[in-house]
Ligand binder design. Structure first.
Ligand code: SF4
Ligand code: SF4
Length: 371
């Protein structure tokens, strides 16, 4: 058990619970939670909006009303869409406690922080409110979950040294990705001495279903499924106290328990094999952008070209996953692909000889088109 009372470094994300007849399948959730606890795990993650409020209800029905408070830890979050002024935070928090059936949360995270949302939290003095809850013992630990560029994370952690834990998106494919910036976000957390919780270790399920050639690399290791390697990658980094998986079936629960019950960090050979898998993915990508940023230095419109290409690559390789979200993040307060002036200065400087103007046009069609 670690300093937070966490028994094992793997947590149950309660945002993809099994459903039946349009409702949560509570009977099945009881079975999943019990199996999870019986195998020595004790960390559960929820938020007020998951399953339109029913995730908290499922925790009450299937966990907190059936097990002793000492058997589990619960993380809940303050989500931006449920408050618009400071006075609304406390009643919302009390409602969350009631819905979940507990009188304190082990962790309370400022949910999905990005530049814009952070401004709302500042205006509403939300961090100050959460710190009062900490003082009162209504939350045991205070943190954030984060979805934006590394420089925004740096700012938040500098503003709020009281933050204990940071939840970030982190997986082996996003590790070097210019749009998600997993590696840099991880490094910033470590530089600030924060413990880290990982979300999306399997990239929304994408790393469980690999292209044939990549799967052959995993098979040659002979150590488990593609998903198991993705989980072990995320958990192998120093400072990572928790890896979350949103589980919706007994099959997933059992497979993940098998991987994480007696967790073994990746060996150097396994790390290098995952590097090979990334290369295979990259070969699929149509844009060989290395994020050198020579183009952005000369672009008169200030377009975030490598970030846009990373989003486009992600969209091509994984379909609709959350590349649209990241495109929105990278263009929210500045120029978009459609703001290209067509001057061609970027193409003159690009060492990869990428046809940047055409691809920006494609990105505008893919990400900016409104139905
Ligand atoms: S062509 Fe577009 S992206 Fe390239 S430098 Fe000119 S304005 Fe920027
Ligand atoms: S110059 Fe070319 S390779 Fe470098 S970041 Fe720009 S598009 Fe990518």
């Amino acid at each position: 058990m670690n300093k937070y009372g966490i028994k094992k470094n793997f947590g149950f994300g309660c945002m993809r619970l099994p459903k039946k007849d349009g409702d949560i399948d509570y009977e099945e959730v009881c079975r999943l939670f019990d199996t999870f606890l019986e195998n020595g795990f004790n960390y559960f993650d929820t938020a007020h909006g998951y399953h339109s409020g029913l995730s908290e209800v499922a925790l009450k029905k299937c966990l907190t009303s059936r097990h002793d408070r000492s058997e589990y830890l619960i993380t809940n979050k303050l989500s931006h869409n449920f408050f618009s002024k400071n006075e609304e935070i406390r009643p919302l928090f009390e409602e969350q406690l009631k819905a979940t059936g507990v009188d304190y949360f082990d962790y309370y995270l400022m949910h999905a922080q990005d530049e814009k949302i952070y401004e709302q939290y500042r205006r509403c003095r939300a961090y100050e409110e959460a710190l009062k809850l900490l003082e009162e013992g209504k939350i045991r630990h205070f943190g954030i979950s984060f979805h934006d560029r590394a420089e925004v994370l740096e700012k938040i952690l500098t503003d709020w040294p009281q933050i204990e834990v940071v939840q970030i998106q982190f997986n082996y494919l996003d590790y070097e990705d210019a749009s998600v910036q997993s590696k840099r976000c991880y490094e910033i957390c470590r530089e600030h001495g924060k413990d880290i919780i990982i979300m999306e270790p399997v990239k929304g399920g994408s790393l469980a279903k690999l292209p044939e050639e990549a799967q052959a690399v995993i098979d040659s290791l002979g150590g488990g499924s593609a998903a198991s390697y993705a989980l072990r990658f995320a958990a192998s980094f120093e400072g990572v106290i928790m890896v979350l998986s949103g589980m919706g079936s007994m099959e997933m629960v059992e497979e993940n328990i098998g991987t994480m019950k007696d967790f073994v960090p990746l060996t150097d050979a396994e790390m290098s094999a995952l590097g090979h898998v990334c290369e295979i993915f990259r070969q699929q990508n149509l844009i060989p952008c290395t994020a050198c940023r020579y183009c952005t230095e000369v672009c008169p419109a200030g377009i975030p070209i490598p970030e846009i290409f990373a989003c486009l690559n992600s969209k091509e390789a994984f379909g609709s996953w959350n590349s649209d979200f990241y495109y929105g993040q990278h263009t929210a307060n500045g120029p978009k692909a459609s703001d290209c002036l067509g001057c061609g200065a970027c193409e003159e400087t690009c060492p990869q000889h990428i046809e940047i103007r055409d691809l920006l046009q494609k990105a505008a069609e893919v990400f900016e088109k409104k139905d």
